[in-house]
Ligand binder design. Structure first.
Ligand code: AMP
Length: 192
């Protein structure tokens, strides 16, 4: 059973890493950002509610985000574990996730952090903006997302570090090298 979280600043490549790591462990990678983008594409009510926040690089309100995540975690494929990507992003969301898991008599095993320098992050995000044309990858929006990460999400890392379940991996360099290092570190931590 692997119930994991991947964390890292915008542009750290965590979405791609999440896919590879989750495949290795045979669990779904569940990205709240990706769930939102699917809702926006499918023009659902939830998508309409979320899109304004996303376009500005702001957080979607907790009641929307947490309800969406709760529903996703109830799907059958998440019963054997999951790798969460993009949640929790605030200390309040830590508590919400704890509640969702407690209702299911589940706990978190490991939180994996991908590290990268601000320079590397900015250049990766601008490159991704060109490749994928994401509406939330313009410079002011990127700055806003980096600022929210520093102010709101860094404290989440600290909280998990205090719980003794935070694992940090260098997120710079080749994609495959980072994936290997992340998997090795996770296997070590899960074997204890
Ligand atoms: P991401 O792909 O993880 O960078 O998420 C894209 C956007 O979705 C974010 O900039 C937020 O607007 C929204 N979002 C994703 N996850 C959350 C979350 N946990 N809380 C609030 N908003 C979120």
């Amino acid at each position: 059973m692997a119930r994991l979280i991947i964390m890292g600043p915008p542009g750290s490549g965590k979405g791609t890493q999440a896919e590879h790591i989750a495949r290795h462990f045979g669990i779904p990678a569940i990205s709240t950002g990706e769930l939102f983008r699917t809702h926006v594409r499918d023009k659902t009510e939830l998508g309409a509610e979320a899109s304004g926040y996303m376009d500005r690089g702001d957080f979607v309100p907790d009641h929307v985000t947490t309800a969406m995540l709760r529903v996703r975690l109830e799907e059958a494929d998440a019963a054997a574990g999951f790798l969460l990507d993009g949640y929790p992003r605030t200390v309040i969301q830590i508590g919400a996730l704890d509640e969702i898991l407690a209702d299911r008599q589940q706990t978190l095993e490991v939180v994996l952090e991908l590290n990268a320098s601000d320079d590397e992050l900015l250049s990766r995000m601008l490159r991704r903006a060109q490749e994928q044309g994401r509406a939330d990858d313009t410079e002011p929006v990127i700055q806003r997302r980096l600022e929210l990460y520093r102010d709101q999400t860094q404290p989440v890392l600290k909280a998990y570090s205090n719980r003794g379940i935070l694992l940090s991996v260098d997120g710079t360099g080749e994609r495959q090298t980072i994936t290997k290092a992340a998997i090795a570190a996770l296997e070590d931590a899960l074997a204890v």
